[in-house]
Design a protein. Structure first.
Ligand code: SF4
Length: 314
């Protein structure tokens, strides 16, 4: 399973690119990591850059691809590029991310590398069939390439990187077994707090809100855990933070996402969520790219799990 939010099986993606007959093929390491309170790719790139590059080189030779690109978050580019560029060799180029949050969506990444504006393409076709300049393109996450390198060397220990942020007592990035439940991760890292809390998992803008009683689950995809102190967190301010981030980071290309986010902001200001589920369904079913489709997740889960309980407690 890939280590980004999409949770697509890595081997299937590799097979699709490998088996596609094409004149040229490409490999992209998506290091755009831009969601609120997510930083594990930054940690991996800073601490294990050789392994990331090695994973990309394995992909290049396995898939018969001619060139690779590391698409790097703007802040990381300023800090890491000088160190990274000399180790990538001639076959890999480091490209600075453009645009807001949506600039990290895989087809936006392809648009930017091709020299266009960071706007998503309609899928299908998926990049594995038709990506950079219409050729099959493998797009994987930083941590995925690091894991590929370790698997090839026989040093992979079925571990993954968890980022823990927010009100957690011991924030940071931890490498722990991928089979651990969220509760085990929190306990192991000294992050089971003595205050009432809730979590957001999978990213600080589009991640799902989770109650302590749900932490028996194992994290798939992006292993980002953000902790909120229930007493100290105003859920309306939190929703405003999410929607402001998403309004700033989307591309305004399609109506459901553009108007839907605007309507959610209005509902938050009025404190009236009567028709919000209809809005969520329209966004989920008709948004052009994953941003608009998954943007409803934090709002829906917070409204279901936190606001009614806060109301009960009043
Ligand atoms: S869902 Fe639509 S408006 Fe939102 S980021 Fe994607 S393409 Fe742009």
């Amino acid at each position: 399973m890939g280590r980004s939010g999409s949770m697509f099986p890595v081997s299937e993606k590799w097979k699709m690119v490998r088996d596609k007959e094409a004149e040229r093929k490409y490999v992209v390491c998506n290091a755009s990591e831009g969601e609120i309170d997510t930083f594990k790719d930054y940690f991996v790139l800073k601490n294990f850059p050789h392994e990331v590059v090695e994973g990309m080189n394995i992909a290049l030779s396995t898939l018969g691809a001619e060139k690779g690109y590391i698409y790097l978050n703007k802040n990381y580019f300023r800090e890491i590029n000088e160190k990274l560029s000399p180790m990538v060799g001639e076959d890999i180029e480091v490209v600075e991310k453009r645009g807001g949050y949506v600039g990290g969506e895989e087809t936006s990444v392809i648009e930017v590398i091709e020299g266009h504006s960071p706007e998503p393409r309609i899928k299908p076709p998926f990049p594995s069939c038709s990506g950079l300049w219409g050729f099959p393109t493998l797009v994987n996450n930083v941590e995925t390439f690091c894991a590929v390198s370790r698997i090839s060397k026989g040093s992979y220990q079925k571990k993954r990187f968890y980022s823990i942020a927010g009100s957690a007592p011991n924030k940071g990035v931890y490498e722990l077994p991928e089979s651990m439940t969220i509760e085990e991760v929190l306990r192991e890292t000294g992050n089971l707090p003595d205050f009432d809390y809730f979590l957001q998992v999978g990213g600080g803008a589009c991640g799902e809100v989770m109650l302590p009683e749900e932490t028996g689950r194992v994290l798939q995809g992006l292993a980002s855990i953000i902790m909120y102190d229930r007493e100290e967190t105003d859920p309306y301010l939190l929703m405003k933070r999410w929607v402001s981030f998403l309004l700033e980071g989307n591309c305004d290309k399609c109506t459901p996402c553009r108007e839907g986010l605007f309507r959610i902001m209005e509902m938050i200001k009025k404190g009236n969520f009567e028709d919000v589920e209809d809005m969520f369904l329209v966004m989920e079913k008709t948004s052009l790219c994953p941003l608009g489709r998954v943007a409803v997740t934090p709002f829906r889960s917070l409204l279901e799990k936190i606001i009614p309980r806060n109301g009960d407690n009043d």
